[in-house]
Design a protein around this ligand. Structure first.
Ligand code: PGA
Length: 339
């Protein structure tokens, strides 16, 4: 039976969702204590290392993941950001198509071993879609507005993207949050609009450096995920890729360790399980992003809960991006043969 998913949005409160009171009681926090204080106690109880100012040590000890990766198809998505001209796009996409065709993107099981998405600036979309037509490459945009249409000068709606032949859209990228005023609420609106238009969503979440140092990484990504997915049903969740992108790792050359990346991806998966059930959470594609490149991709992608990557700088050269796709394809093939 389908679960109704995250609370919030326009959906009614889901049945069977654990109320905060019950969660607190389950944690052994006395109900006589005022709620706000109990939440603080609970957060403290769950934060194994309350303040680690001197390192990026993971907040929780990595757990054994009971799942294997065979249920999921990793997705490698490039994010060009504001780079490359429309006139350069067709040739790039053709080169990428050829380079990634050699990658074994098709596992022995018959399902794709790896999905490949390229998210380009709005004005490059037509050229990218034309050059990718009929191939394994999917084209995505980097943002969309939350309204269907209206007086929003300079904006682009999800329906417009869909009409153009776009398949994916990134929402909530940290650069949109930092420089263009995106909030958890607007990210929620964009997610909703994209799903309503029939687009697949790459939802970005991640902590800034200070939050990691203060030991609140998991709280931050849970909050971002919960608000963005408010009202999103289990069926709709299948159209969402979550990209865990620690902000301190984006464009800095400072990559999360494989253990750090997996820890947060696993925490997001466990969080999804609370609302959507274990099966839906185990089927969810959760990427890592932040200075992933041809050199470090294999180790990151080998992690049990890392299902691909969102790649910025290294997606600007077809050969570099193809090397990451190949690394993911190999992981997909080996995961699907280990039954
Ligand atoms: P980066 O960017 O790979 O250049 O760190 C990742 C992103 O912003 O999605």
């Amino acid at each position: 039976m389908e679960r109704s998913g995250m609370p919030g949005g326009d959906a009614a409160a889901p049945k069977g969702q654990v109320a905060p009171e019950e969660t607190l009681a389950a944690e052994g926090v006395n109900k006589a204590v005022p709620l706000a204080i109990r939440i603080i106690i609970l957060r403290g109880a769950k934060t194994h290392h309350p303040f680690q100012a001197d390192s990026y040590i993971p907040i929780q000890k990595p757990k054994e993941n009971p799942m294997n990766k065979t249920l999921r198809t990793p997705v490698i998505a490039g994010n060009w950001k504001m780079n490359l001209l429309p006139s350069q796009t067709g040739a790039f996409v053709k080169e990428l198509k050829a380079a990634t065709a050699e990658a074994d993107c098709s596992a022995p099981s018959g399902r794709d071993a790896c999905g490949v998405v390229l998210c380009v600036p709005y004005v490059n979309l037509c050229a990218a879609i034309g050059a990718a037509a009929g191939s394994h490459l999917k084209i995505g945009a980097q943002n969309c507005h939350w309204a269907e249409s209206g007086a929003f000068t300079g904006e682009v709606s999800a329906a417009m993207l869909k009409d153009l032949g776009v398949e994916y859209v990134i929402v909530g990228h940290s650069e949109r949050r930092a420089y263009f005023g995106d909030t958890d609420q607007t990210v929620h609106g964009r997610t909703r609009a994209a799903l309503d238009a029939g687009l697949k969503v790459i939802l970005c979440v991640g902590e800034v450096k200070e939050e990691r140092l203060q030991g609140v990484t998991l709280e931050v990504v849970r909050l971002q995920t919960k608000i963005a997915l408010g009202g999103v049903t289990e069926a709709e969740l299948r159209g969402v890729v979550i990209a865990y992108e620690p902000v301190w790792a984006i464009g800095t050359g400072l990559t999360a360790t494989a253990a750090q990346a997996n820890e947060v991806c696993l925490a997001i998966r466990d969080f999804l399980a609370e609302f959507y059930g274990r099966d839906a959470a185990d089927a969810a594609v959760i990427q890592y992003g932040g200075s992933m490149n041809a050199g470090n991709a294999a180790e990151l992608l080998a992690q049990p809960d890392v299902d691909g990557g969102l790649i910025g700088g290294a997606s600007l050269k077809a050969a570099d991006f193809a090397a990451i796709v190949k690394a993911a394809g190999r992981q997909g093939v080996s995961a699907s043969t280990v039954k």
